[in-house]
Design a protein around this ligand. Structure first.
Ligand code: AMP
Ligand code: MG
Length: 589
């Protein structure tokens, strides 16, 4: 049995980033840009008005106010899309609309609301002159030429995933097409004598083929183009015939025919036409998985089509698709972020993991009181597709775990969240752990000072099991709390303090958003149970055993030497410890 990671690595080693194609920008949504895009224009192309108002010389408004207007002679009007025909001379103004080019001579725009135009209009007054009711600074309500994009600038870099805003930027540059990595064509074949098409009435013993549809929809969701091959029967001839029709695709996905009973058919077909790898993957559902390449000859050239054989059970095929086919499709599309975003949530049911495989449990995730909660979506049989329909996440329980109890924190892959969501900048974080008296706080102090010396913006976090008191009796914050407020925030020009009553001990994941994203490094003392990288401080005199098990640790800082395989750093040599943190957590991102 191989691990999920090993299986994924193999699958990914079989697929390549596809070649680029040029196409209309509107068809490029979600695709990866294959060219650097420079601008050959300024945007905006000219200085122009950000408001409807009067373009004038700021000088002419000196001292203007509601009670003492400054009067200017209106010499013309300019609308968006046309060029001003007159120049603004001292003592004059041109009526101007948003987006219209600023006339020669003008250096500011005063909004209609800051003139007496409305009054004049309602009283049928003379509009050839206008009173300005406020003093304007040079540049007021003027959008400068090239303020958004300057001619010659690199605007979009190769590798960028195109979202609606990038499509808009391309349009503003006057590009009607873009060069993008093309979408993969994924051929989909269901196998099984029991399967019937969705539009056929069910004969006894038969079921509708649902995998073709769930898989094709997944392929589309991730940017591929599904090519439906239909239903292959459980015979070598039928399968061969169908597979032949899919050989012009970039990948072939079959479902069914890989569990023990009928696996031989898919294997025979693939062995005859290519190379087949067949693995049992250490996961549940989805243990059997076939993978290989099918050879083809096209126009005299030999080629290979990667093939992924998913298990037939509808839930298994979707979950294995998510773990293996989805990243393969994303890789072919040139995407760099292949992992589904994962969150930490509180599980609301007990989940047992009986046979030492990685368990993917279908859950419905909700957010309540600032925390995520995951509840299992009913019976978890791998044929119960509605349990998948009720789910928006998969709880991942490691193979080493016997299961979780209601109330535990678990990791959840969010099925409906885009991969790019995982790209949000995360601040590097390291926790210093150790037995009491091991010198954690001293090391924290030394590291903070060392990283400050290196020019880092450092945040330090400490967990205090015994509670704490920082709002002192008599202070305003204390009085607010006495009056019953659940949170008090005191801000001053140079400091911020936030005191909030809690009903549970916060996880590090809940604390980090409070700390904020502006730090280069977060150093944590304690939080031994969290999943963040940990360095344990060890002192000879406290014995040879460690507080954490070695697999939880990235390194040990010790004044002795221990018999473990993890890196050991010398106590007292802060530079070496800081180098280690820098190299392993900061520079890596
Ligand atoms: P298999 O892997 O072929 O042994 O199939 C395992 C289970 O999944 C069987 O109960 C099949 O009936 C079911 N199954 C296989 N293919 C499909 C499909 N395309 N749609 C719905 N159920 C399927
Ligand atoms: Mg079958």
């Amino acid at each position: 049995m191989i691990s999920v990671e090993e299986a994924l690595e193999k699958v990914l080693s079989y697929v390549e980033v596809l070649e680029p194609e040029r196409k209309p920008i509107l068809d490029c949504l979600g695709q990866v840009l294959a060219e650097d895009v420079y601008s050959d224009i300024d945007i905006p192309p000219l200085d122009n008005s950000a408001m409807d108002g009067y373009a004038l010389r700021a000088k002419d408004t000196r001292g203007a106010s509601e009670s003492s207007p400054r009067y200017v002679v209106v010499v013309g009007e300019v609308a968006a899309g046309s060029m001003p025909t007159k120049e603004v001379r001292p003592g004059t103004a041109i009526r101007i609309m948003t987006g219209a080019p600023l006339p020669e001579g003008a250096d500011a725009v005063v909004r209609f609301e800051d003139t007496d135009e409305v009054n004049r209009k309602s009283s049928g007054g003379d509009l050839s002159q206008i009173g300005i009711l406020c003093q304007a600074k040079k540049g007021l309500n003027v959008r400068g030429r090239g303020e958004d994009i300057a001619k010659g600038d690199l605007i979009l870099k190769k590798g960028k995933v195109l979202r609606p805003q990038e499509i808009g930027v391309l349009a503003s540059l006057g590009r009607s097409t873009a060069l993008v990595i093309r979408r993969p064509i994924v051929a989909i074949l269901a196998t099984g004598d029991e399967l019937m098409g969705v539009d056929q009435p069910l004969a006894p013993g038969k079921i509708h083929d649902s995998n073709t549809y769930s898989i094709a929809a997944e392929v589309s969701r991730y940017g591929g183009i599904p090519k439906i091959l239909g239903i292959g029967r459980d015979s070598v001839r039928s399968l061969t015939e169908k597979i032949d029709k899919g050989l012009d695709a970039d990948m072939l996905i079959t479902s069914g025919g890989v569990s023990k009973g009928d696996y031989d058919i898919v294997k025979d077909v693939l062995a005859e036409h290519g190379e087949v790898g067949f693995w049992t993957v250490c996961m549940k559902p989805g243990k059997p998985l076939a993978f290989g390449v099918i050879k083809k000859v096209e126009g005299g050239r030999k080629g290979k089509v990667p093939h992924l054989g998913l298990p037939g059970n509808p839930v298994s095929s979707m979950i294995t698709f998510e773990q293996f086919a989805r990243p393969a499709i994303l890789k072919m599309m040139g995407k760099k972020i292949l992992a589904k975003p994962a969150i930490r949530a509180i599980i609301e049911d007990d989940v047992v993991n009986t046979d030492g495989r990685r368990l993917f449990a279908r859950v419905s995730v909700t957010k309540r009181g600032g925390r995520y909660h995951a509840s299992v979506t009913g019976p978890q049989g791998s044929g119960i597709l509605t349990s998948m329909a009720r789910a928006n996440g998969l709880v991942v329980i490691p193979e080493s775990s016997k299961g979780v109890k209601a109330g535990d924190m678990v990791e959840v892959q969010m099925l409906d969240w885009g991969e790019e969501q995982g790209e949000v900048k995360t601040v590097p974080i390291v926790s210093i752990v150790g037995k009491s008296q091991s010198g954690k706080t001293v090391l924290m102090e030394q590291l903070i000072a060392e990283f400050k010396r290196r020019g880092y913006k450092v945040a330090a976090l400490k967990h205090s099991r015994g509670g704490m008191e920082i709002d002192h009796p008599g202070k305003d914050s204390w009085r607010y709390a006495q009056a019953g407020s659940d949170a008090v925030l005191i801000s001053s020009p140079d400091k911020l303090a936030f005191i909030k009553s809690l009903d549970h001990d916060l996880d590090i994941e809940e604390l980090l958003p409070i700390v904020g994203p502006e730090f280069d490094l977060v150093l944590v003392e304690g939080f031994r149970k969290s999943k963040i990288p940990k360095i344990e401080v060890h002192k000879k005199e406290l014995g040879d055993d460690l507080l954490c098990s070695p697999e939880e640790l990235s390194a040990i800082v010790t004044d002795g030497s221990l018999d473990t395989g993890i890196p050991q750093l010398p106590w007292g040599d802060t530079v070496t410890v800081a180098d280690f943190i820098e190299k392993n957590f900061v520079l890596k991102g």
